[in-house]
Design a protein around this ligand. Structure first.
Ligand SMILES: *Cc1c(COP(=O)(O)O)cnc(C)c1O
Length: 390
């Protein structure tokens, strides 16, 4: 019997090594990775320059505590702010922690304005993590069930519905912030259009609310821009990052600008591991390699290639509802639950995922080649056709 707590319905395969977009299991079978550990392995597996930078850092200094200055944090924060236009960064170890920091910031911001019971607008089908505050912000009953009482102070509205937000603004004077994913990941690769985000920015400004974007999944060059909000003309007040930031080394970040900057003072927030020298090297090296290898443009063009391939192959296939997403964050919505497709693809040597029950999710590493993307299509499209005909 396993001594690992039974919190995941795991697939019966164990990977022992990887290279680029490929993984090998303990039996020596090779798999094409179209999931990247759920948007984590930005640079694929065992990227030579990334590995070298980590090795060098491990030999120098792994951890020293936030009691001291950490040079890597300064460098990574400088780089993240210059790429995003944000002003300050708090480093932590995961997406839920980055969102916890954002939630605490919003509450502190509210208290400073004399609002004793500040509320944050969140979305239906949102996913923000599994700590108590972030599961309360999450819009999925399955994540919350059994863990009540939930943390209060969240007001939920439908995704992609500005009118619902305007209604809340009229009736609720406790609201201090809106927390939203520019592209919902777990919720089924649902995208917001540019106009929605620009109008939401305006609503937040009119009411003095913080606009807080959860880019834990859609950030880090995945959509073909450094951050998903950069497809628009707006700047958020708060943005959270994690998943792809360290290419597999745990690191999260909560970035602030404008009225959200400067809110935390010493003692307000902290993390033992947050932004340690190893994690910051992973973050900084990931950003540098994305730049050097022009992976933004590659994510954009490869995303278009995969999207076009899917559209062409699946055109007219009964039960294929919609193919959507941006860059290398692609969802294929089917008319029936399709969790079984994950196992069928695994048997054929392809790693994918299904979210929201009926959405096949593709999150390939940014280093995937066009030839590998073609292999992905050649395996996946016939599987979907067969599955919809069965
Ligand atoms: C994965 C995810 C999180 C939670 O990140 P963890 O590192 O698992 O805590 C939060 N928000 C979004 C949008 C995510 O996709």
């Amino acid at each position: 019997m396993s001594h690992v707590m039974n919190t995941y319905a795991r697939l019966p395969v164990a990977f022992v090594r990887g290279e680029g977009a490929w993984l090998w299991d303990s039996e020596g079978k090779r798999y094409l990775d179209a999931l990247s550990g759920i948007a984590v392995n930005t640079l694929g597996h065992a990227h030579p320059r990334f590995t070298a930078a980590l090795n060098e850092q491990v030999g120098k200094l792994i951890h020293c505590s936030n009691i001291y200055e950490v040079q890597g944090q300064e460098r990574l924060a400088d780089k993240l702010c210059s790429l995003s236009g944000m002003q300050e960064v708090f480093f932590c170890n995961s997406g839920c922690e980055a969102n916890e920091a954002a939630i605490k910031l919003a509450r502190m911001y509210g208290h400073q304005q004399g609002i004793e019971s500040p509320a944050i607008i969140v979305m239906e089908k949102a996913f923000h993590g599994r700590t108590l505050a972030t599961l309360s912000a999450t819009g999925n009953r399955k994540v919350q069930a059994g863990f009540e009482p939930l943390v209060g102070g969240f007001v939920r509205v439908p995704y992609d519905d500005l009118e619902a937000i305007r209604q809340v603004a009229q009736h609720n004077s406790h609201v201090v912030a809106v927390l939203v994913e520019p592209i919902q990941g777990e919720g089924g690769i649902r995208t917001l259009d540019i106009d929605y985000l620009e109008q939401l920015r305006q609503i937040c400004d009119e009411h003095n609310w913080l606009l807080m974007l959860d880019e834990v999944q859609c950030g880090m060059a995945r959509t073909g821009k450094w951050f998903a909000f950069q497809h628009t003309g707006i700047l958020p007040d708060v943005m959270t990052l994690a998943k792809g930031l360290g290419s597999g080394v745990p690191i999260g970040a909560c970035l602030t600008a404008g009225k959200a900057a400067g809110l935390f003072k010493p003692g307000n927030h902290g993390s033992t591991f947050g932004g340690n020298p190893l994690a910051c090297t992973a973050g900084l090296t990931t950003l540098n390699i994305i730049e050097q290898d022009k992976l933004l443009a590659h994510a954009d063009s490869l995303g278009r290639f995969i999207w076009q391939g899917l559209v062409t192959a699946l055109q007219g296939v009964n039960g294929v509802k919609e193919i959507r997403g941006q860059g290398l964050m692609i969802g294929i919505e089917l008319e029936k639950p399709c969790g079984d497709l994950v196992k069928l693809a695994l048997a054929k040597g392809l790693l994918t995922n299904v979210t929201a029950e009926n959405v096949i999710r593709l999150l390939p590493p940014l280093v995937m080649s066009k030839d590998e993307a073609q292999q992905l299509l050649d395996i996946l499209c016939p599987l979907i056709k067969d599955f919809m005909q069965s």
